[in-house]
Design a protein around this ligand. Structure first.
Ligand SMILES: [Fe+2]
Ligand SMILES: [Fe+2]
Length: 469
């Protein structure tokens, strides 16, 4: 179905054909805009930004590009094209027709999953709201705002499902999505990673690398769902998500590149000397990796989970890339799951969180390898690595056990004594913050990060991506 851009809410779900739903969403829209003005990017509301906007679900050309002020962004509702006669691809209901309506017995579970996913989208916009004031270049400022408006659209995607399929409860949940706020003492966001402040661009790049990648894996699981509207929504969201992770992997690569340039010029690996020269030393980068990776691992939930087993059995939530597995029923298999008292064979369905986490860890490692290779090619021996999944966990078997980044158990007092070697210290944060000075001339880039290799959408790197009056 073509997208009607004349409508107040662009969509390919025939909103015009459902007056009640359209009215409900048009009622929510001004509240969303109020939230954007209050909790979205601080300032910059009047600045034209060169942005991508989803305008079609055609994989060959689904976006249009152009200058737009963020409050005028066309947040729309787009579902991937339906697969005719789609059947559920896993669990006890494997082979049954996908559900076009919410089955009564799964209503509460599906609503909770959609709300939890939906909650992360505005949360990240809130977490990042002050970063615009310290962007290292206009190119990066644009990237930030691109990520922000698309997270806003992902919120729309979930709110559409709540309004369209969950009646009054759904509408109430949609209101609550704008009422909780990241880091709010009384009404925080649901998942803890989304209450962590993102106060500097090093954290932003690691968040988009690690935490948006958790988003990718969650969306891939939900893209398999038996609830077809959810599956189709998530399939389309994944196209936007890919860009967020690219912002992260390239952002960190540019930081590493710049640090290596200075290491070579100064012929030193000494963190203090590098800091004095205004670049992020690699041990500090490693500590930020340790923090955001370990925090993101918690988002997958406990290693052994009866909820995960029932989501899988009932066709609600599959594994990412379910089609790549041989057995889609998983009634018999086991997975050896590591726990503090040793490995334990867990029925596969109960270990689905861990299956997904393992796939995520592998995916995370690709970028870390790429950054490490840059260091090796520059002739230095420092190597970046993902910490052990046992390190610094607050959920699951390893929660609140004290382990070093290699995963070796250590006593609490030793852990506390060495904490600042393993996680960003107050001094690290102060140093990184001290680098955060805005650079707003087109084509100019802050001294702690290399310029981007190329511009956006075939425009030159020195294009004025955000026009600050
Ligand atoms: Fe998102
Ligand atoms: Fe994202």
């Amino acid at each position: 179905m073509a997208i009607d851009y004349q409508e107040r809410i662009p969509n390919n779900v025939d909103l015009a054909g459902n007056a009640t739903l359209q009215r409900a969403l048009e009622h929510w829209q001004p509240r969303f805009l109020d939230w954007w003005r209050e909790m979205g990017p601080s300032d910059f509301l009047a600045a034209p930004v060169y942005l991508r906007t989803a305008t079609s679900v055609d994989a060959k050309g689904w976006a249009s590009w152009g200058e737009v002020k963020m409050p005028d962004y066309r947040w729309g509702i787009f579902l991937a094209e339906p697969e005719p006669d789609r059947t559920i691809g896993f669990g006890d209901v494997m082979g049954a027709p996908a559900w076009q309506q919410v089955p009564g017995e799964h209503r509460t579970t599906l609503r909770r999953l959609i709300v939890t996913q939906g909650d992360t989208e505005p949360a990240s916009v809130e977490q990042q709201r002050l970063l615009g004031h310290t962007a290292p270049s206009l190119y990066d400022l644009r990237s930030l705002f691109q990520v922000n408006v698309e997270e806003g659209r992902h919120l729309w995607a979930m709110v559409y499902l709540l309004h369209a399929y969950f009646g009054r409860d759904g509408r109430e949940e949609a209101e609550a999505l704008l009422a909780r706020h990241s880091g709010d003492a009384d009404r925080p966001r649901i998942l803890s990673t989304f209450n962590e402040p993102i106060e500097d661009w090093l954290s932003f790049f690691l968040f988009t690398y690690f935490t948006d990648r958790d988003g990718k894996f969650q969306l891939m699981s939900l893209a398999e769902s038996g609830f077809d509207p959810l599956a189709r929504t998530c399939r389309f969201m994944l196209m936007e998500e890919a860009h967020h992770m690219m912002v992260g992997v390239n952002g960190v690569a540019r930081i590493v590149q710049r640090t290596l340039e200075v290491m070579r010029e100064m012929k030193t690996e000494e963190p203090d000397k590098l800091r004095a020269a205004g670049v992020v030393d690699l041990p500090t980068l490693q500590r930020y990796v340790n923090f955001w990776f370990s925090s993101s691992l918690d988002l997958f939930g406990a290693e052994v989970s009866t909820n995960a087993a029932s989501y899988f059995a009932t066709g609600i939530k599959g594994r990412p890339d379910e089609g790549h597995y041989d057995d889609h029923v998983c009634r018999d298999g086991v997975l050896a799951v590591e726990a503090p008292d040793g490995a334990q064979d867990v029925p596969l369905r109960n270990a689905m969180n861990e299956v997904t986490r393992q796939a995520y860890i592998k995916d995370c490692d690709n970028g870390v390898q790429r950054w490490s290779k840059m260091i090796a090619q520059a002739g230095f021996s420092f190597s970046l690595a993902l910490p052990s999944p046992r390190f610094h966990r607050t959920i699951g078997a390893w929660a609140n056990r004290f382990a070093d980044p290699a995963g070796e158990p250590v006593g609490e007092s030793l852990w506390q004594a060495r904490r600042d070697e393993w996680l960003p210290s107050a001094a690290d944060k102060a140093f990184v913050k001290s680098l955060m000075r805005p650079v707003t001339a087109p084509g100019k880039v802050a001294g702690w990060i290399a310029p981007p290799e190329r511009g956006v959408n075939r425009l030159p790197a020195d294009y004025e991506y955000v026009r600050l009056a």
